[in-house]
Ligand binder design. Structure first.
Ligand code: NDP
Length: 304
């Protein structure tokens, strides 16, 4: 299978590329930078979709970029880096004379309203309630294929929780303070912390890229999968488990107002609030998680 991955040079994309190549598939990245095995977004727009059997979009400015202040220009980049790239791919698929059989977008679980009690599955109804949920709405809408294209291309949206892995994402920023014994719960610590190991997210994407099993036309609306581990974890449980595995104390909580001051309150909610997300459809699809529980995932990541 030939797979095209927008934003494939990043944390999730590197893992996905490894997995697909190990399975014998060919991978081409779409990037802002030209290079071997890549095309640029400008080339996609000017020349159209290169021949491929599956397409994925993983492009997006990092929401927790520690080097960027929370201001209008950063917010604009968060939206445009996701929506413009997703739209460029969905339009190229719709215009292609030999479209791929699968089109996968990885979005986020920020569409589900934070709550200590509510449980969300892929079927849960939701409406935008803040900036990040509005982002998810516009991002997923940009992926939507017109009716004709949807007849030939299966559409999948995977809503990912915090992606845990050694080479990127939240863990990369967390490991040093935890090693130094400076780790601690964030805010109240009671907020759910939906997470997924990067190998499982890559596994769910790879499965979604497979051609539809039956001969029926794909559904006109995207299949949605929650990309989170089945274990429900709070921030407190996550913090204590990471400290235990690293054999480091985690006695320095970070109050919510400090995180809001550092990150901006609209962005700090990613860390100070959370939602219980259930991967119901993901499990029903038959996907078997390699890292269904936190201890297994963290031991693999920190290597003990
Ligand atoms: P990365 O931060 O590693 O970024 C992925 C790629 O996006 C980069 O390699 C880069 O590719 C491209 N990119 C970055 N900034 C911009 C920009 N301003 N404009 C256009 N392209 C840009 O992302 P991850 O691999 O961690 O995540 C993949 C996707 O999954 C993202 O869309 C992310 O929002 C989503 N997600 C990730 C989570 C996580 O915890 N990591 C959680 C939930 C969702 P290049 O430089 O080659 O152009």
């Amino acid at each position: 299978m030939r797979v095209l991955i927008g934003g494939g040079s990043g944390f999730v994309g590197r893992e996905l590329t490894r997995l697909l190549r190990d399975k014998g598939h060919e991978v081409t990245l779409i990037s802002r930078q030209p290079g071997p095995g890549r095309i640029t977004w400008k080339e996609l727009e000017s020349r159209g979709l290169p021949p491929c059997d599956g397409a994925v979009n993983l492009a997006g400015e990092n929401v927790l970029n520690p080097l960027r202040w929370w201001n209008e220009s950063y917010k604009k980049d968060l939206f445009s880096s996701r929506i413009d790239t997703t739209k460029a791919l969905s339009e190229a698929i719709a215009a292609s004379s030999s479209p791929p059989h699968s089109w996968v977008l990885v979005s986020g679980i920020a569409c589900y309203k934070p709550s200590l009690t509510a449980e969300y599955t892929e079927d849960s109804e939701w409406m935008p309630f803040d900036l990040l949920s509005q982002l998810v709405k516009e991002w997923e809408a940009a992926a939507f294929l017109p009716e004709n294209a949807a007849k030939t291309t299966k559409q999948v949206v995977i809503r990912a929780g915090a992606v845990l892995g050694r080479d990127g994402g939240a863990m990369k920023q967390m490991l040093l303070p935890f090693w130094l014994g400076l780790g601690g719960t964030l805010g109240s610590g009671r907020q759910p912390f939906p997470w997924i190991h990067v190998s499982d997210l890559a596994g769910i994407i790879a499965r979604s890229l497979e051609p539809p099993a039956n001969t029926e036309a794909p559904s006109p609306t995207p299949q949605v999968y929650n990309g989170v581990a089945p274990a429900i974890t709070t921030n407190h449980e996550f913090t204590k488990e990471l400290g235990r595995i690293l054999r480091r104390p985690t006695i320095l909580p970070v109050p919510e107002f400090v995180l809001s001051a550092m990150l901006g309150s609209e962005r700090a909610v990613i860390l100070t609030q959370g939602q219980k997300v259930i991967p119901l459809k993901t499990l029903e699809s038959g996907y078997q998680f390699m890292y269904p529980d936190l201890t297994l995932a963290l031991k693999q990541i920190v290597g003990s």
